[in-house]
Design a protein around this ligand. Structure first.
Ligand SMILES: [Zn+2]
Length: 85
């Protein structure tokens, strides 16, 4: 069982969280269709650290950015989701 350290709730079981998508697959509504298709369907899936959008669905319901290693599942960082750079 993995623990995720929610910034609001502290360490909680991974089962309380829901994976939503890799951050790189979040686009604005005015993104051209061709760009969307290319980025969504031809993107690479490399091993290593992945920036992901998660939600603390069975907790505070916060949206979180979680940097997770895709092979070891070790969580490197957890932060509240802030879509603005
Ligand atoms: Zn929480």
């Amino acid at each position: 069982m993995f623990l995720i350290d929610c910034p609001h709730c502290g360490p909680r079981a991974q089962a309380e969280f829901v994976f939503e998508r890799p951050v790189e697959t979040i686009f604005s509504v005015d993104t051209p269709t061709a760009e969307l298709v290319e980025k969504l369907y031809t993107r690479t899936n490399p091993r290593g650290v992945s920036a992901e959008l998660w939600r603390h669905a069975r907790g505070c319901r916060a949206w979180l950015r979680i940097d997770r290693h895709t092979v070891t599942h070790v969580i490197i960082a957890v932060a509240l989701w802030n879509p603005a750079p």
